[in-house]
Design a protein around this ligand. Structure first.
Ligand code: PHE
Length: 398
């Protein structure tokens, strides 16, 4: 017992002095820095915990993209290898996993996270170490403001909040709305703010604003307070696990108005949790798997073939993120941080599953479309498509 501990300690110390060489795996290959070796890319995500479907959808799509790239010969003759870390849906763990990926595994770039609070915790570490990070799906504007090594593939919350405000007010003609916020989430507080600003600026009225903390089990106090203000709709910019419970409890309280939200509702678990309570509810999202676009068709087919499930928006964005990174590595011709950062920043006209990716000077993609999906007969249906410049088209009119 004692001797084993001593051996382990000695190894740990030796590793520390050697600067922790990258691990080799049973596939038997080499380091991230060698010319012919594999290129090691880090991935951190919520594989367990409250938002576990976010991390799992992201991971499956990254593997699909990377295996496809490797099967076609890799990047500049080198294979890409993904080193994945689970942050358990926690911001502190997001910071820890990224520190590990950078200082121990010596990854050349990092893919992740989904939840904005987790990306915000990890981004400064990537920035300080000059390791490019691409978040596929964190929509809070401040994520890419952490520095010039931080990029994203998705639209931002000011855009999605305003699009939903216009759709609810101008297209559906609803005027009195309540907002229910997860006050521990940067995504939720930010999106609530952008939605509220946009909704009131076009003449709508926010009749109540209530908040909870992600993971709460009982939302009845907040819902009861909202009920007294008689809203025509409740806007809930939160994550699927809470949204499902909120919907059930609202119906139990006799509240039958539609609920609406943002991309955080997106999960194969949403309808599983909320069921009938979500019928007629809707949210803004990044893509719709039934889209006839050939790039979408190709991706959906490949994903279904491998995993036997329809890919959600997290998967679509992650697929784009992995392929944008691979293309940037190819253009850079090397993998040092500054060269890779410059190459990613120059991404223009990249034909992705979630649209054409043109990264702007702020490292966010320009002109992405948004879809509004609705729960209909316990499945997701496309309700509207919002093009970047305009308002949502009115249904049934022109
Ligand atoms: N946009 C969410 C966030 O920033 C994450 C998310 C994206 C969730 C897409 C679901 C679908 O926290």
């Amino acid at each position: 017992m004692k001797r084993n501990l001593l051996v382990a300690l000695t190894c740990a110390l030796a590793l520390a002095f050697l600067g922790c060489p990258p691990k080799t795996e049973s596939t038997g290959t080499t380091t991230s820095s060698g010319a012919e070796g594999e290129i090691l890319v880090g991935e951190y995500g919520s594989l367990t915990g409250g938002q576990a479907t976010f991390g799992n959808s992201t991971h499956t799509a990254i593997m699909l993209a990377v295996d496809g790239i490797n099967a076609a010969g890799g990047v500049n003759g080198r294979k890409i290898r993904i080193q994945t870390e689970d942050d358990q849906s926690k911001a502190e763990e997001a910071a820890n996993t990224v520190t590990k990926l950078i200082s121990q595994d010596r990854v050349v770039a990092v893919l992740g996270e989904v939840a904005s609070s987790n990306s915000l915790a990890a981004a400064p570490i990537c920035q300080a170490n000059k390791v490019p990070m691409i978040t596929p799906s964190s929509t809070n504007p401040s994520v890419t403001q952490k520095g010039d090594y931080i990029f994203r593939m998705c639209f931002l919350d000011d855009y999605q909040g305003a699009a939903m405000a216009r759709y609810i007010h101008n297209t559906l003609g609803l005027n009195k709305v309540a907002v229910l916020i997860d006050n521990k989430s940067d995504y939720s507080t930010g999106l609530a703010k952008y939605f509220t600003e946009a909704f009131t600026s076009i003449g709508g009225q926010i009749v109540a604003t209530q908040s909870f903390t992600s993971g709460d089990a009982d939302f009845r106090a907040q819902l009861t307070a909202i009920r007294t203000t008689n809203p025509q709709l409740i806007y809930i910019p939160a994550y699927y696990n809470d949204v499902g419970q909120i919907a059930i409890q609202a119906r139990d309280l006799g509240m039958n108005m539609p609920l609406a939200g943002g991309d955080g509702w997106e999960s194969p678990k949403l309808i599983e949790i909320g069921g009938k309570a979500l019928e007629g509810c809707f949210y803004s999202n990044h893509y719709f798997p039934g889209d006839p676009d050939p790039a979408v068709r190709d991706f959906v087919e490949k994903y279904k073939q491998r995993y036997g499930a329809t890919p959600d928006a997290l998967a679509a964005l992650a697929y784009d993120a992995a392929r944008v990174l691979a293309e940037a590595i190819k253009r850079a011709g090397k993998t040092d941080g500054p060269a890779l950062r410059d190459a990613i920043a120059q991404t223009k006209g990249f034909k992705g599953v979630t649209g054409t990716i043109n990264l702007g000077p702020d490292r966010n993609p320009e002109g992405k479309t948004l879809v509004i999906v609705e729960v209909k007969n316990l499945a997701l249906a496309l309700k509207a498509k919002v093009e970047p410049a305009g308002a949502a088209p009115a249904t049934g009119t022109h």
